[in-house]
Design a protein around this ligand. Structure first.
Ligand SMILES: [Zn+2]
Length: 312
């Protein structure tokens, strides 16, 4: 049996698609707690194994992307279709009826703008922000192709190229700014051949710069452009100390805990090595004294011997 079901196309246009009735089920579950308060879930179905939700925006204002001023003037509604986090391995798509607003700032060139649902589904995005967060997190902990394969198992169909483009979009805004406390250390690109220097923000614990080499030259240049730095934690190698002293003589240099422990353990090992001889003789036990049988197992002491020992 066939019926016409209203489905919103990816381009936001309203269209009709002929769908087999047996492939549509009503999803009887309260999904409201999993969605923002300003989204009212009006319908939830499982269509061809995928979860299709319809929702309506309940916002009363939105921020203009051009001038950043909030506006409350409704202009019209429009439909958006975005993919959300999967549910029990099923792909989830939401068709949202959202608002367009007038920009109430007379000086702004943007007269009308579409709302971004408070970041839930950003402008020109086909996926919700939280779905992009999940994909980014998997990609950063694996690799782009691996991420795409894991996502497919979870019900998110993406390619490795999509993951690369997403990462580029997210991290192309230049290096994040850092505060007054940083930590620096070296890392091996190819052990014994090429090394780099990573700089992390002391407050967020996130990397803010990755520099070539570990001789201090690139670090000195970076520090000269980041004079807000007041405290630097580092290892005990001389190259970084020299670069910091030259670029920021006022900055406090702190030996970091990891390297202090490492140095302490090296000193303890060296002391033990000096105190304990390299060879320690262990006296060998004569097998005849413990009575070894031919098969190699020790013979248990006889009752006679036990009695003799008890008499003693
Ligand atoms: Zn504006």
């Amino acid at each position: 049996m066939l019926q016409y079901t209203h489905i919103i196309g990816c381009n936001g246009q309203y269209a009709k698609r002929r769908t087999s009735m047996k492939n549509i089920e009503v999803l009887n579950a309260d999904l409201t707690p999993f969605y923002p308060e300003y989204l009212r879930i009006d319908g939830q179905h499982i269509v061809d194994g995928k979860i299709e939700l319809t929702a309506k925006s309940m916002t009363h204002q939105s921020v203009c992307p051009a001038c950043g001023k909030p506006s409350q003037g409704y202009h019209s509604t429009y439909r958006r279709r975005v993919e959300d986090l999967p549910l029990l391995g099923k792909n989830v798509r939401i068709t949202v009826t959202a608002y367009r607003y007038y920009c109430e700032n007379a000086d702004c060139d943007q007269k009308v703008f579409a709302e971004d649902l408070e970041g839930f589904a950003g402008w020109f995005r086909r996926k919700t922000g939280r779905l992009e967060d999940l994909i980014t997190s998997i990609a950063l902990n694996t690799n782009c192709e691996g991420c795409a394969r894991i996502c497919e198992e979870m019900g998110i169909r993406i390619s490795g190229d999509y993951v690369i483009n997403l990462l580029k979009k997210r991290f192309s805004g230049g290096a994040p700014e850092c505060g007054g406390i940083i930590g620096i250390d070296d890392f091996a690109c190819k052990k014994g051949h090429t090394y780099g220097t990573v700089i992390c923000d002391g407050d967020t614990h996130r990397p803010v710069a990755v520099l070539d080499g570990r001789d201090g030259g690139s670090l000195k240049e970076w520090l000269l452009n980041n004079k807000q730095v007041k405290i630097v934690t580092r290892d005990r190698a001389g190259a970084y100390a020299k670069a910091i002293s030259e670029a920021l003589p006022e900055a406090i240099q702190v030996a970091d805990r990891f390297h202090l422990f490492q140095n302490m353990m090296d000193a303890v090992k060296e002391t033990l090595r000096a105190q304990i001889p390299g060879k320690i003789e262990i006296s060998r036990v004569d097998p005849k004294e413990v009575g070894v049988k031919r098969d190699g197992n020790a013979e248990p002491p006889s009752k006679k011997n036990n009695r003799a020992k008890a008499g003693n």
